[in-house]
Design a protein around this ligand. Structure first.
Ligand code: HEC
Length: 210
């Protein structure tokens, strides 16, 4: 009769009863505590020699399994050779005068959105240095609307966001490189909005003034 049972089912059945027997014999059935470790019926690759993160490893002089990457190692997609774009600095290490990306309406909108999220709390929505935190006791940051700040390079603003300055912390982990340039463009737009001249008016507005 047993021969008539599907062979796959039969081997499963045999395996299961063998495992059951092992369990009984080794005495680790329910309610029978044992000092011995449980029997591992199918070890597969569960137990193997390997190094795990932060484990000790006497193979290396510093006894650690963690290795420092070889100097000059670059992870894929992180070459960042273009220092103008990634650091706001030219080949001589000087901060760039103007931003290396095309300024268009979309970039300004993105910059406005990011500025309002990350900068306005301190710098104020128009960059006057009167953000909400200054009403709660924080020293106000400088306004963007004086000659000193107007004369700063785009690279300087990018660098301040990236590395911070004085009392302002770095925002490089919160704001991506692309978004930093968008914010730089928006800060420039804010400055111009508070310092517009006749030449900034549209033809219609100029005509209205006549
Ligand atoms: C937590 C408050 C705070 C936030 C948020 C903040 N700043 Fe500042 N920022 C300051 C303070 C304070 C200073 C003045 C630093 C000093 O000179 O000690 C400053 C200075 C600056 C300056 C002037 C640097 C100079 O040359 O004097 C720029 C430009 C600037 N921040 C841009 C930004 C931008 C862009 C963001 C958003 C990504 C931002 N900040 C977010 C507080 C802040």
């Amino acid at each position: 009769m047993i021969n008539r049972i599907n062979p796959i089912f039969r081997s499963v059945l045999c395996g299961a009863s063998a495992a059951f027997l092992v369990t009984i014999v080794s005495g680790c059935s329910r309610g029978r505590p044992s000092e011995k470790p449980p029997i591992h019926v199918n070890p597969n690759m569960d137990i193997q020699e390997k190094v795990t993160v932060q484990s000790a490893n006497p193979f290396f002089a510093d006894n650690s399994s963690m290795r420092t990457p070889v100097a000059g190692t670059v992870s894929r997609g992180n070459l960042r050779e273009d220092t103008v774009y990634y650091e706001g600095k030219d080949e001589n290490g000087e901060l760039v005068r103007s931003l290396p990306v095309e300024v268009n309406y979309k970039l300004l909108l993105r910059g406005q959105e990011r500025f309002d999220i990350y900068c306005a709390v301190c710098h104020g929505p128009a960059g006057e240095g009167n953000g909400i935190v200054t009403q709660r006791g924080m020293l106000p940051p400088p306004t963007y609307h004086d000659d000193r700040m107007r004369e700063k390079s785009d690279g300087h603003i990018f660098d301040v966001i990236t590395n911070g300055t004085g009392n302002m912390k770095s925002y490089k982990h919160q704001v991506s490189v692309a978004d930093r340039w968008a914010i730089v463009a928006y800060v420039r737009a804010l400055q111009r909005s508070q310092h517009a001249g006749y030449e900034d008016l549209s033809d219609i507005e100029k005509a209205r003034l006549k």
